[in-house]
Design a protein around this ligand. Structure first.
Ligand SMILES: [Zn+2]
Length: 72
């Protein structure tokens, strides 16, 4: 449904919690994988519905996987 409206190669493989939509497993676009100061990993992106910033804590494995997705 929503995916169809997103031409232009926006990536939506990651989901997180959107505080604005109050939706779990909301799809994220413009995803970036960043390392936190404490050495953890985080996915940062925007809600595909309302466009507000979202982030998701990840394990190293998940981060590696996500980075792989981003380079595809
Ligand atoms: Zn949202």
């Amino acid at each position: 449904m929503l995916k169809l409206a997103m031409a232009g190669g926006e990536r939506t493989f990651m989901t997180g919690y959107c505080v604005k939509c109050k939706t779990k497993d909301q799809e994220m676009k413009d995803v970036e994988v960043v390392q936190t100061k404490k050495g953890g990993w985080m996915g940062k992106g925007k809600c595909t519905v309302c466009g507000c910033g979202m982030c998701k804590m990840m394990s190293k494995d998940q981060a590696d996987q996500a980075k792989e997705e981003l380079t595809k």
